[in-house]
Design a protein around this ligand. Structure first.
Ligand code: BMA
Length: 341
């Protein structure tokens, strides 16, 4: 096994962890034995929580959760946990405010990501901006969540920030899309000096030639900085005769120029196999949105939505997953180029 290290990230010795099971067959990722970690009807008025993002905070963990309200409208709920597995949710959805402090709620909000950059925490999600678009808010205390200007015009989804500036700019991955259940989609990168104005857009990677990701792809968890590049977990979708199937894929991006894909795994890392992934409101969905990782051990806990009904957890280690991605890598010219035309 190589000596891959997670860098520029804190040690999180209390992160959730479970060793590989005895049945482990050199798979790159293994599921938590007690999945799903969030069951149906978790909060009064909320039917399902899934596609949600968490991170270490103070002595424990916090998260922003996609709560599908019983009126069918998704909103974002805040939760805390001492172990990263058992979660206490606030009963009311997050009440966003504008920069003047007035309530400023989106019509709907789903698939949140949560990333710390410098001294602030950013929530990034999909919301209505005269069509599906990227919403953003900043918080420093997880009490006041201040909406900042939407970075892009519609239609766009699956935005996630890198956890530090690169080349002096904030960097955001996103997936331009359409107004429906988008039947296409590639990952692009945009840069900003101030989190307000975004430009210097680059293509990162297209839907793959592999069948499991042949329809569309979208960034999942915030990239993890490693000695081998930015480790990106993303989702890949195939259109079958019975509808879309969402699997989890992995790639390594260049540290200084992350629009260049160094390695991209031709195999999915995880695909719907368990009852909570195959059966639910939308069957056959595994949708990664966050990791908790420990730079001292290289342990990674991957949080993913399952079947648009549950939150589930899987584990891997930095050296193991990086070796696996490199061993099974297949990159194309559009992956490895800077992505500028
Ligand atoms: C996508 C998003 C995800 C969802 C998936 C499967 O378009 O809406 O939130 O998990 O579809 O329904």
């Amino acid at each position: 096994m190589s000596e891959v290290k997670i860098i520029n990230a804190p040690a999180v010795p209390n992160m959730p962890w479970q060793e590989e099971p005895d049945t482990f067959r050199n798979a790159p990722v293994w599921r938590y034995s007690e999945n799903p970690i969030i069951d149906r009807n978790p909060v009064e008025g909320v039917a399902r929580i899934f596609n949600s993002a968490v991170m270490p905070y103070e002595d424990g963990f916090v998260g922003v959760f996609r709560g599908e309200q019983k009126n069918g409208i998704p909103m974002i709920y805040f939760g805390r946990s001492s172990d990263g597995i058992h979660w206490d949710f606030e009963h009311d959805k997050i009440r966003f405010v504008d920069e003047e402090g007035n309530e400023f709620m989106p019509l709907y909000a789903y698939d949140p990501r949560l990333v710390k950059v410098e001294d602030a925490y950013y929530v990034i999600w999909c919301q209505d901006f005269y069509g599906a678009a990227i919403g953003m808010a900043r918080t420093k205390d997880f009490k006041t969540f201040t909406r900042i200007e939407n970075p892009f015009i519609p239609f766009n989804r699956n935005a996630v920030l890198f956890p530090r500036k690169i080349g002096g700019n904030y960097v955001l991955l996103s997936r331009p899309s359409d107004s429906g259940h988008t039947p296409f989609g590639d990952i692009f990168l945009s840069q900003s000096p101030d989190m307000v104005y975004w430009g210097r857009h680059r293509h990162v990677m297209s839907r793959g030639s592999e069948w499991w990701e042949s329809l569309k792809i979208g960034a999942g968890a915030a990239p993890i900085e490693t000695t081998e590049g930015w480790l990106l977990f993303y989702h890949g979708v195939v259109n079958t005769c019975n509808g879309y199937v969402y699997s989890i894929g992995g790639a390594l991006l260049d540290i200084d120029e992350p629009s260049k894909v160094l390695y991209r795994c031709e195999n999915f890392l995880l695909t719907p196999e368990e009852w909570y992934e195959e059966r639910g409101f939308v069957p056959n969905v595994t949708f990664p949105c966050a990791t908790i990782h420990d730079s001292s051990t290289g342990r990674i806990a991957l949080y993913y939505g399952a079947a648009d009904s549950y939150v589930a957890l899987a584990f891997t280690k930095a050296d193991l997953i990086v070796d696996y991605i490199k061993k099974h890598s297949r990159v194309t010219d559009t992956d490895t180029e800077p992505g500028r035309r």
